[in-house]
Design a protein around this ligand. Sequence first.
Ligand code: WTA
Length: 659
Amino acid sequence: MSEANGTQTSTAAGDALENLLQENRKFAPSAEFAEAAVAKPGVYAEAEADRPAFWAKQAREVLSWDTDFTQALDWSGAPFAKWFVGGELNAAYNALDRHVENGLGDRVAIHFEGEPGDTRTYTYAQLTEEVKKAANAFESLGVAKGDRVAVYLPMIPEAVITMLACARIGAVHSVVFGGFSADALRSRIDDAEAKLVVTADGTWRRGKPSPLKPAVDEALSAPGHTVTNVVVVKRNGEPVDWHEGRDQWWADTVQTASAEHTPVPHDAEHPLFILYTSGTTGNPKGILHTTGGYLTQCAYTHKVVFDLKPETDVFWCTADIGWVTGHSYVTYAPLINGATQVMYEGTPDSPHQGRWWEIVEKYKVSILYTAPTAIRTMMKWGDDIPAKYDLSSIRVLGSVGEPINPEAWMWYRRVIGGDKAPIVDTWWQTETGAHMIAPLPGVTATKPGSAQVAVPGIAVDVVDELGASVPAGHGGYLVIREPWPAMLRGIWGDPERFKETYWSRFENMYFAGDGAKKDDDGDIWLLGRVDDVMNVSGHRLSTTEIESALVSHPAVAEAAVVGAKDETTGEAVVAFVILRGNAAEDPDIVATLRAHVGKEIGPIAKPRTILVVPELPKTRSGKIMRRLLKDVAEGREVGDATTLADNTVMQQIAASLKA
Ligand code: WTA
């Protein structure tokens, strides 16, 4: 970690700590809830006694294996883990066919609600049939076990169908969030050497058609890629360019394929998917997950953390499948567990700000899983909006993606949860695959703002600079001490980067990149990233990646990006740029640069603010002191600048911003 960042962290963490230390409310589950809960207090001790054995038990309980495994964990090649060695299974069979075989074919798997108000319902039998067709179609296009498939789709059932069809045939899906640009899509296609792309003509955003296919065409316009076919779902009916021979309509390939398809078993460690996420350097990392361990922890946590009763619950996770939350808690866990879920395509305020609550009322959603940024937005819209709907079906509320401030937590509980639904704040990452820290709603007395305790079978800790465990009441770095089933198995094509990124900071521990604190009860409070990763609306963005995008524009000489506190989005992207030549005379330069970042990475990465400055604050070794820029971006008095190579820089910046 750079000198600049180390200091930045302690300041940000210090502020957060101040606020959190005053929080001492606790909400114990009602006796009735605790009595009926899936998880009981004894589970922690049971897991602690023998973690691998505990996970082996869960693996056999939540999954059906074609070949039983012979060893729970092989850690001899650490930090590359092997879980459930020798076991064989098929992820799609576990998510679908077996439920049909068990007489649950008529249970609703997905209630789909499109933004324009169209709806579709898939029972387990119907979804199984669709996935079999897609598996046949992809195979007929030459996709075989181990091949990579890029998925660039909106939140429509075809996204889940595509992912499961890949899993069924052993192809590795790489979902690219629909909000990413053609350039970002191309670099992910190239890195994974994808053979097939599955996309749609487009989707809807706030009542307007929003295209997707043009980005795929642009991504594939330059030669040298590995893609042989593009399958296109017709969703919004907008005209699209067509590449004969390469492009295929979903309706012509998947819909017409046979609905007979026998799943073949895959090794427990067979790659299931790659998902790219931002790190501290410019290139996104392809996080690799495999089959048996990932599915075990997804399904287990979905059951115990949300207290899932698949016969009666209606689960709704609002995350897009482009993010890990959509992978683990839309595509995989709910279906493995045979649950009924809601899938919604659009934005929360389309056509009105009560859309989510209308959906909760309509489908009687009982477990809602969303992000603090959404909760804060809805808080701003006002209590009278959710008050118009019957939310009495809700019995558990989940939060994910960033620390939830106590005020938003309390609002969520009171206004959405009727002052009684337990809130589970779940800490985890793309890399961890599934929940790692979260209360168990029938066991833990929850605290507003804290994720609190490790999931049974998971060993997390907070350590100091030297890696020593900190006592209760102290802060430090969040680490994971023991391998866990859903852990990433590496970074696609770059084993060294995997070791370097996660395993080099502390010996024999996985370093998550987050700061955390233990309170007097030993409960964990997350304090945000301690590296160059920003968290905007729960989406990970790398400061370096946005800086690279900015300097790739000819008008920019140098750029520095910081995440500044934002009431709604948690953090917002603020960029400081030094312009070349007379670019500063161009009145549209800021708009041009924002659009450029949008094109390079995607609209989510566009800086909220771009400030043109004459210089950037650097240390004598040339590192940008982002902490000082963060002070400027957040309107604070600038902190200690004595380590700057040129100590007049901050005055120059201040003067230029006033001008
Ligand atoms: C942050 C999302 C506090 C954290 C599942 C982590 C959280 C990063 C929480 C991973 C939470 C996620 N409380 N912070 N409950 N959940 N984070 O990979 O900084 O998109 O490292 O995975 O989000 O983001 P990712």
